[in-house]
Ligand binder design. Structure first.
Ligand code: ATP
Length: 315
């Protein structure tokens, strides 16, 4: 407790995330460790609670799904406290994609990590004036993505999205988009792409191509961008996917690493999902804020997830 009565560790608890049966256990674990607990009652509370707590608190933890982590990161940023406040992640959502990417396995483990885990400064994604930690997804999967199981995502990468969409949506309105991605931090040497996209997947801490791990390098100042052209559906229906051919090597799937990009719709506004929270806009400007957010990570977190194969996973 600070001298003015403000807590130095605050837990923002979403009681309705996931199946909603985490509340008692989280309250007990948090109380044992001296957290002040603030339960959300409606949308907008998590960001507000984090913004109010961050100027005094060394640690603000988010108990909920990716949306709650997103709100807490946005609140800490709104308080201008990213330099001084660490964010903790307590996985109590449906998918908990971000938590698993940073090596957090469950509720009790999350509190152990907050107590003793390494601190790392990771990149944040900025989409127009909002922050995201894990991913920004545009197109028809913006909603379908939350329904694709994490197991299926990890195994199939971007193919899981195409398959899931084909399975659940049935027909498609592809997006006429224009993308411009910088190849250097100063915005020089832009790559441009224009065409009909089924979806655009921008990963900060998460990747969508058929890599061995779903975690992207979140300390490199770069997004992993995947564009799936609408021709992918034809390939998929043609049986390429069943034979395992539709993946990062497909001509319909374009991948880029970039510190910033702009996505412009050539028709209507497009719905994007920022860590599961929706944003509708015609033009989306995305950039990374390198090493902006301090988080507590589990031992399975990898700075460079691709190094695992060569050095036995040690970082
Ligand atoms: N008390 C509440 N009642 C209703 N909605 C709430 C409440 N508190 C937060 N919310 C809403 O919950 C959403 C965030 O949910 P969150 O993403 O954390 O969980 P989830 O959807 O179960 O998990 P995941 O994103 O991992 O699938 C936000 O959109 C927020 O507005």
């Amino acid at each position: 407790m600070g001298s003015d009565g403000a807590s130095d560790r605050v837990l923002v608890l979403n009681p309705v995330s996931g199946s909603g049966d985490h509340v008692d256990e989280v309250v007990e674990l948090a109380a044992d460790r001296g957290f002040e607990i603030r339960k959300t009652e409606k949308g907008g509370d998590a960001k507000r609670f984090a913004r109010e707590a961050a100027p005094e608190a060394d640690l603000v933890a988010a108990a909920g799904g990716d949306g709650t982590v997103n709100a807490v990161a946005n609140g800490v940023a709104a308080a201008d406290a990213l330099e001084s406040t660490t964010v903790g992640v307590v996985p109590a959502g449906t998918g908990n994609n971000f938590a698993s990417n940073i090596g957090i396995r469950g509720l009790e483990h999350a509190f152990d990590v907050i107590e003793d885990g390494r601190r790392r400064r990771i990149d944040l994604g900025i989409a127009n004036d909002r922050i995201f930690v894990n991913s920004c997804v545009g197109g028809i999967t913006a909603e379908a993505s939350s329904e694709t199981s994490s197991e299926s995502k990890a195994n199939l990468g971007v193919l899981a999205y195409v398959k899931n969409t084909v399975g659940t949506v049935g027909s498609f309105d592809s997006l006429p988009l224009r993308l411009k991605a910088a190849t250097r931090p100063d915005g020089e040497h832009a790559h441009a792409w224009e065409g009909e996209a089924l979806f655009v997947l921008v990963g900060n801490c998460r990747r969508f191509t058929g890599a061995r791990t779903a975690q992207a390098d979140v300390e490199d100042g770069l997004f992993e961008v995947t564009i799936v052209e609408d021709a992918a559906v034809t390939e998929l229906l043609g049986g390429a996917a069943r034979q395992g051919l539709l993946d990062a090597d497909s001509d319909c799937i374009i991948t880029r690493r970039t510190p910033s990009l702009e996505i412009e719709s050539r028709r209507d506004a497009v719905e994007y999902s920022l860590d599961g929270e929706m944003l509708e806009t015609e033009t989306l400007h995305l950039e990374t804020d390198a090493s902006a957010l301090e988080i507590a990570v589990g031992s399975e977190y990898r700075i460079d997830p691709d190094e695992e194969a060569t050095n036995g996973g040690l970082v």
